[in-house]
Design a binder for this molecule. Structure first.
Ligand SMILES: NC(=O)c1ccc[n+]([C@@H]2O[C@H](COP(=O)([O-])OP(=O)(O)OC[C@H]3O[C@@H](n4cnc5c(N)ncnc54)[C@H](O)[C@@H]3O)[C@@H](O)[C@H]2O)c1
Length: 434
């Protein structure tokens, strides 16, 4: 099939590349000329394991191409995927749909024959209806469907190839067969193909993310209780997660949830419900609790190093919101590091995905090229992101002072081992913050 992906970010680029890899002709469009230039040189503009190789393979096979020319891309395709960002509007909980509507207008402008428009972007209930109204007012050439994306950054290729389910929402049943054919290589490998109304598909995506965010927040709050009551949160996660009705995933205590989806989608769901005059009090309290968690974990640095942090040296291991991605959106580090900088702390950070623009203007904040240089002679090491290469660090050997401490926000290390090595160690959901 001939596909066009509008928006070549984490979703558009990964799904476009994977669609090409299962035999489709795919054109990825982006308005960002730099991204397209890089892609045409065979370089992925994002960090996603395995993606570079897959782009090269499909680019050379001439199944995958990249352009800023949206007119040409639309003319050459039968199915157009909208994969642009849907961030939170500044100063509110509402979803900013301006990117979605802008590309809808472009699709309308350049379409001369029948097309299927698919929203892969996460959009609030009724957005498909709005797009439908917009395009059909002008020409009856379009079918508008919702096909929310569930891939996770860091595991995106695997998630695309082996999804738990493929959700297609449409009010026109005949289009289900076209989408079934497109996804048949994945369905044949066991992916569940689920068809529903367009609005349901839109809500399924928000509800999934809000539910997962709730699980994380729930275990994070229990972690606070564990610390006060002398219990190990890992035992609680295991004990409750072994119940099949609950499930063990997303029950690891740690920092506040971040990333490009959970924070904005919980807010987007609340704001959509508010429009229907429905009070989603559970999701509202999840948002509040998650926000408070960043403050709580930041304030603990004072408990570890004292009230006055001026001239203290702190190194961060990892700054992205999770490992195997370069995505910094809503990462805890974006609030923790500027706070420490204002307190006069000298901050080093190392992240395997590289230096971050976000800290360019933060005073006394330095990117270091490796773990050793990052941790040398600091007062405190903060493990924020559990990249594989952080699992086996010999802290005594690399920090090289006898008073340093380790604050592990992911419980990556064993408290027992740290005690044996005589390292002052703090983690979450274990009895070390009373
Ligand atoms: N990132 C994830 O893990 C993930 C997972 C599932 C769903 N989603 C959803 O998918 C959507 C996209 O997310 P993302 O993380 O890929 O976003 P992103 O910010 O990484 O990429 C969006 C891209 O769209 C481009 N763009 C914007 N307007 C355009 C236009 N008019 N024409 C051409 N290009 C345009 C931008 O330049 C950018 O490269 C969002 O709605 C998000 O909620 C994201």
């Amino acid at each position: 099939m001939k596909l066009c992906m509008i928006g070549t970010g984490y979703v558009g680029l990964v799904s476009g590349t994977c669609f090409a890899d299962i035999g489709n002709q795919v054109i990825c469009v982006d308005k960002d000329l730099n991204k397209i230039k890089k892609l045409n040189m065979g370089i992925s503009p994002i960090y996603e394991p395995g993606l570079n190789e897959l782009i090269k393979k499909n680019f050379l096979a001439k199944r995958l191409s990249f352009t800023t020319d949206i007119k040409k891309a639309i003319e050459l395709s039968n199915i157009i995927f909208i994969c642009v960002g849907t961030p939170t509007q500044k100063g509110s909980l509402n979803v900013d749909l301006s990117f979605v509507y802008k590309c809808t207008k472009e699709i309308l402008k350049y379409t001369r024959n029948k097309k299927i428009i698919v929203t892969k972007s996460t959009v609030p209930i009724g957005t498909g209806d709005q797009i439908d109204k917009l395009v059909k007012k002008k020409r009856k050439l379009f079918t508008v469907i919702s096909n929310p994306e569930f891939l996770r950054e860091g595991e995106a290729i695997r998630d695309f190839r082996y999804p738990d389910r493929i959700v297609i929402g449409s009010n026109e049943k005949k289009v289900f067969n076209v989408m079934k054919k497109l996804y048949s290589p994945l369905i044949n490998k066991g992916a569940k193909f689920f068809t529903t109304s367009r609005k349901s598909a839109e809500l399924i995506k928000y509800a999934s993310n809000a539910f997962l965010a709730t699980k994380i927040t729930f275990i994070n709050e229990l972690a606070n209780l564990c610390e006060k009551s002398g219990i190990e949160v890992e035992d609680i996660s295991l004990g409750i997660g072994s119940d099949n009705r609950i499930g063990s995933r997303f029950l690891r205590a740690g920092p506040a949830y971040g990333g490009s989806c959970f924070p904005k989608d919980t807010k987007g769901l609340v704001s959509a419900a508010d429009k229907y005059k429905v009070n989603l009090s559970v999701v509202k309290s999840v948002i509040k609790s998650n926000n408070e968690r960043v403050n709580l974990l930041t304030q603990r640095i004072h408990k570890i190093l004292g009230t006055n942090l001026k001239n203290k040296k702190i190194s961060f291991l990892g700054v992205t919101f999770k490992p195997n991605t370069d995505d910094m959106r809503d990462s805890t580090s974006l609030r923790m590091i500027p706070y420490l900088s204002k307190k006069g702390v000298k901050i080093n950070y190392y992240d395997p995905s590289g230096k971050k623009e976000e800290f360019k203007n933060v005073k006394n904040c330095f990117f270091k090229p490796n773990i050793k240089k990052n941790c040398f002679n600091v007062d405190l090491v903060i493990l924020l992101t559990e990249w594989d290469e952080f699992k086996t660090i010999d802290f005594k050997k690399i920090v090289r002072n006898n008073k340093f401490k380790v604050y592990d926000l992911r419980n990556l290390y064993s408290a027992k081992d740290m005690k044996k090595k005589k390292i002052k160690y703090y983690s979450v959901g274990r009895p070390n913050f009373k």
